[in-house]
Design a protein around this ligand. Structure first.
Ligand code: HAM
Length: 452
């Protein structure tokens, strides 16, 4: 049997419905925040990521899928969205021909050659935003609030927002010096990777998964003690705005993040649900004021986040959140003879074009088996065609729940179904900013049905 590659998933059935639902919530939320969708290539010239994410980052040194294309060019499957979006911002001169800041969001597959485990895949899906062209601390806070609000809209309760500041270049460099002085006498107590990190990028030692419980790391100097006045003030502002946006957070001075491009604000949002395991960071991001320049553009600031969709869905499952997913069809059309089947084809087509969700019999089963199939598909109404009725310009419609059956004139069908299914229009939920089916539970959605 041919199997899927390690660390990849087939998503189908009920699971796929959850993904689709979460994607709808993401799209609707991004629309409210006025972010525009961007789609960049799944592979880019290697330098986009190698330069962008930092040649010494774990992702670039160990995890990228690098390959030569048939024209001998160095290419890399995207391990994240930020560097590609920034490349596109520069290449398409969005800094000159679009209102600033440019607010972009994406949702797509990324590729990292990691050791697969729960919550850590080789093909992963991230949704995220990049806001380019503003250095205002309010943007840092707003960007943090977006995933928090998406998680809350979906019903997640057990989340924790960790924030920190790495400060500007001067603060970062001072901190770097302090770390070198601190770790130098203890270098042999660190893991092999960290000994290398000490030389190339000592900040990264704090992000080490192997040494994370080593007291040496826990007692290391804090970034916050090395922030210059400007960076300190900036961080205070971010915290004020988070308060204004009602985002609960914890300052974690050990948070440095694994990618090179960050400065000032960095953050991670963790799921605190039993059974999640160690890969519990649902979303993360921060400010990257030097990245546009590093990739060949003008000196323009940016901030963003990305969130793993797989981990998010795992958190929803572990918190036992039932998403309001409708696994049903509105109408199932039954036909046996050739003429009935022929008529069914036309009818089903016209009902679908009128906006109904319709399925029909495809396997020439007898009527009894078609009733069973309708039940399996959770059909609400059955249209039962037979040659005699059709000769009289009639058909039968059966409510599959009450089992009530009526014979209708063909002209009357649309009117009848419209009336029968009028309360079932779930799309209106999205325009009301409510994602719950009936809003009777504790979803923290912003609809006010329960107060009415
Ligand atoms: P990151 O921390 O590498 O940041 O990834 C963001 C999120 O993607 C993680 O918090 C996690 O939910 C998910 N993720 C990462 N790797 C995996 C994996 N192997 N399997 C499953 N999920 C994973 C970034 O990618 C930055 N580009 C975020 C950003 C955007 N910073 C600024 N703008």
């Amino acid at each position: 049997m041919i199997t899927k590659p390690k660390g990849c998933h087939d998503i189908y059935g009920q699971e796929a419905k959850k993904w689709q639902y979460v994607n709808k919530v993401i799209d609707a939320t991004m629309e409210k925040y006025n972010y525009s969708y961007i789609r960049t290539p799944i592979f880019e010239s290697s330098e986009v990521f190698h330069r962008g994410m930092g040649a010494t980052s774990d992702v670039v040194t160990k995890e990228t899928y690098d390959f030569k294309d048939r024209g001998d060019r160095d290419m890399t499957l995207r391990p994240e969205g930020t560097a590609g979006v920034v490349r596109s911002y520069i290449e398409n001169k969005m800094y000159g021909n679009m209102p600033q800041p440019v607010k972009l969001y994406y949702n797509g597959t990324m590729y990292r050659y990691e050791r697969p485990q729960s919550g850590r895949d080789r093909e992963l899906t991230q949704f995220g935003v990049e806001l380019l062209g503003s250095d205002d601390p309010i943007t840092d806070a707003e960007v943090i609030s977006i995933p928090v609000n998406i998680y809350k809209l979906l019903g997640l309760k057990e989340i924790k927002v960790n924030i920190n500041s790495l400060g500007d270049d001067e603060s970062r460099n001072n901190y770097r010096e302090a770390l070198i002085a601190y770790f130098k006498p203890h270098i042999h107590e660190l893991c092999e990777d960290c000994q290398e990190r000490f030389v190339k990028n000592p900040l990264r030692i704090l992000d080490c998964k192997v040494d994370k419980d080593n007291p040496l790391l826990q007692n290391a100097p804090s970034t916050l003690d090395y922030l210059n006045e400007e960076s300190k003030l900036r961080f205070e502002k971010v915290k004020e705005y988070l308060l204004a946006l009602e985002v609960d957070y914890v300052v974690n001075p050990k948070l440095v993040r694994g990618l090179d491009y960050y400065n000032h604000t960095v953050f991670e949002i963790e799921a605190h649900v039993e059974g999640f395991g160690s890969n519990n960071v649902l979303g993360a991001g921060g400010r990257y004021n030097g990245l546009v320049e590093l990739l060949g553009g003008p000196s323009i600031s940016g901030v963003g986040f990305a969130s793993g969709l797989g981990r998010l869905i795992m958190a929803l499952d572990l918190e036992n959140i039932n998403l309001p997913i409708k696994d049903e069809v509105e109408i199932f059309c039954m036909a046996v003879s050739d003429t009935e089947k022929n008529y069914a084809a036309t009818l089903v087509q016209s009902l679908r074009m009128s906006g109904f969700k319709v399925d029909m019999e495809y396997n020439n089963r007898g009527l009894k088996a078609q009733f069973r199939q309708a039940d399996r598909l959770n059909a609400k109404y059955l249209i039962i065609l037979n040659d005699q009725d059709l000769a009289n310009n009639e058909l039968k419609v059966k409510n599959n729940k009450t089992k009530e059956e009526v014979t209708l004139g063909l002209d009357y069908l649309l009117y009848y179904l419209d009336e029968a299914l009028i309360d079932e229009d779930d799309d209106s939920a999205f325009t009301d900013n409510c994602y719950a089916d009936d809003c009777q539970d504790d979803h923290e959605c912003s609809c006010h049905h329960d107060q009415e």
